[in-house]
Design a protein around this ligand. Structure first.
Ligand code: ATP
Length: 340
């Protein structure tokens, strides 16, 4: 790709261009790493507030596929406002890097909590699963499919908190009836059978949609309740065969004390044909999770009301931004950067 054209597209991604990120943020410890990025903690110098910054080397964006993926990730993140989804603050570029500034979630990954705990009790699992469902339900209402739902992409806001937020929109895609999603995305243990049809065929796989996230939610619930993966094999090919056939078991040791209702959700989500899989609206009212979903909704509403009351006391500009954010609307913009 032509260098000038790439540079122009990188500029377009950003709210602010600076010569050196150090003029705005002090970068701190590494929080995590992805395929093309490092996520670091940072302090906004003027606000003296802490954030997480995903640092992407601009050199890696000379590859069209990488650049397109980052454009999609940023444009999706910009549109999202939900208490259970990581909030974007701004995008900054320098000559060498693009910095995606997000709220800091310091409680670590669900993956590590499962490792520490072994597995969740059912009431704890239902509370957590309800939050995850409502975050994905919100995404689906925006016609966005996450395509990489897994414990590594669910973070807790603090070490003491059981409140989660969904991160990593690097594989997320916009779905429409006219243009369903295509291509292989995600992580083998969590990927849906219809997504796997693109594994060794770039042209003739099965187009797919929201149902692929529902499959991953089935795998996720299995992992949360048992501490084990439903699909596991040393060789990737064998693992993919198990997924393609939905071949898994509830092993006596891990599952003997788990309720039939919890297993019923998993059984109805891990269904090969997406048309026969539980839909999100059916899942939200399933007896195992229904009351946890209602509680979670009530908490979200209460928080939004508290924030609105708080914002009413604040100066006019700040109040408008805060109420809009809590109501799930886009806050007003200031010089192209989001007001947080
Ligand atoms: P992948 O290659 O898996 O798509 P990525 O490059 O898109 O990764 P992320 O998954 O978004 O990167 O982030 C990598 C890791 O950084 C996460 O697993 C998490 O541990 C950490 N991380 C990401 N965002 C935040 C955040 N807002 N607060 C704290 N830590 C974060």
């Amino acid at each position: 790709m032509e260098l000038a054209a790439t540079e122009k597209r990188i500029q377009k991604l950003a709210d602010i261009r600076v010569d050196d990120i150090a003029s705005m943020y002090t970068l701190g410890d590494e929080l995590g790493r992805g395929r093309f990025s490092v996520v670091q903690s940072a302090i906004h110098k003027k606000e003296n507030a802490r954030y997480a910054i995903k640092v992407v080397e601009n050199d890696s964006l000379s590859d069209e596929e990488n650049l397109e993926a980052l454009e999609t990730e940023i444009s999706i993140l910009r549109g999202l406002r939900n208490p259970h989804i990581v909030q974007l603050k701004e995008v900054v570029t320098t000559g060498s890097n693009t910095y995606i500034v997000m709220e800091l979630l310091s409680g670590g990954e669900l993956f590590n909590r499962i490792v520490e705990k072994g597995c969740y009790t059912e009431p704890e699992a239902a509370d957590l699963f309800a939050q995850i469902l409502l975050s994905i339900d919100y995404l689906h209402s925006q016609k966005i499919v996450h395509r990489d739902v897994k414990p590594e992409n669910i973070l807790f806001i603090t070490a003491e908190s059981s409140e989660m937020k969904l991160i990593d929109f690097g594989y997320a895609g916009l779905w429409t009836k006219e243009k369903p999603l295509t291509g292989l995305c995600g992580t083998p243990d969590y990927v849906a059978p219809e997504v796997l049809t693109w594994y060794d065929d770039d042209d003739n796989g099965t187009p797919y949609g929201m149902g692929s996230d529902l499959w991953s939610l089935g795998v996720l619930l299995y992992v949360i309740l048992s501490g084990c993966s439903p699909f596991s094999a040393e060789e990737e090919e064998l693992l993919l065969k198990q997924v393609a056939e939905a071949k898994y078991e509830f092993f006596e040791n891990e599952w003997k004390a788990v309720s039939a209702d919890a297993k019923d959700i998993i059984t109805r989500l891990l269904v090969v044909d997406p048309a026969k899989r539980l839909t999100m609206s059916e899942l939200l009212v399933h007896p195992w999770v229904k009351s946890a979903v209602e509680n979670c909704r009530a908490k979200m509403e209460q928080k939004a009301a508290e924030a609105a009351a708080e914002a009413a006391k604040a100066p006019v500009g700040e109040a408008t931004a805060k109420v809009a954010r809590e109501n799930g609307e886009s806050p007003p913009s200031c010089n192209g950067c989001t007001v947080l």
